[in-house]
Design a protein around this ligand. Sequence first.
Ligand code: PHE
Length: 344
Amino acid sequence: MQEKIDPYTAEINAFSPANADELETFRIKFLGTKGLIKDLFEEFKTVGPEEKRIFGKVLNQFKQLAEAKYTELKETIDSGPKTQDQDKDLTLPGDGLNLGSRHPLTLVRNEIIDIYKRLGFVVAEGPEIEDDWHNFSALNFPEEHPARDMQDTFFIKKNSGQDDIALRTHTSSVQVRMMEMGKPPFRAIMPGRVYRNEAISARAHCFFHQVEGLYVDENVSFADLKQTLYHFVQELYGEGTKVRFRPSYFPFTEPSAEMDISCTICKGAGCNMCKYTGWVEILGCGMVDPNVLENCGIDSKKFTGFAFGMGIERIANLKYVIRDLRLFSENDVRFLKQFQTEII
Ligand code: PHE
């Protein structure tokens, strides 16, 4: 029996597997249920008592040798050369996804839309390239009105010979389109980009964004206008924000007004933002001029309406205290990142 075991002892000592498969073959050969050691133990049962004493010890040592070798090799193979993935701690938190944020003007526009939606206003949109009729004439602008002047309006030269095509200067043009196409009642807001020929500075830009609104029905009064805008301001800037209306002039409304709110920064005490008056102007408004209703085919004896219009940049300035209008269109991520929103 000793002679049988010796070469195997040498084999075991010299064994150095290249991979886990070779080690498994080794296990099956020596330690498996039909392996060599099992056989030797079977054979051991047949020897006489004197030999049992001697070979029992030898056989046990041999078995321990094979088992120890296997355990040792198994450990080195398991923790052996690692792939890249095994190097990583998979329980570590992942890198955060760089989520974008909504543009402050989008945030404010959405907020304005939400408030008016709750009051039953729908959203209407129209083209940014307009003709004179929809941008000016239907809205009762006199022929010689300065707003039609090249100073304010970007006209678009067309080969067709039509020379009254321009970038819209306000979204009131959408009101005209809406009234022309449908029948009263109308209750809608018109968000959108508008263009004016102004030198770009901290306080003016050649384009900006508006939300205008229109409500036309029987018996719509100035009281409805005031209450609607008052409610809007309470929702947008919080309960207790004061409003005041100052008489004004727009060709398309009569009477017309501008609405101020108590300064959102100093709450009326006086600050840089409100030029120490305690009030800031946020929108223009008025009762739709009967001429405008008639221009759009609406019976001005039967229907009345109110309209209003505000610049989204102005509303955003008062909300976020942004002192330079140019920031809104420069796409500087350091600026834009500050308006992180919940993304759902
Ligand atoms: N269209 C006006 C503007 O762009 C705003 C306005 C709309 C005023 C409706 C009164 C009524 O300044």
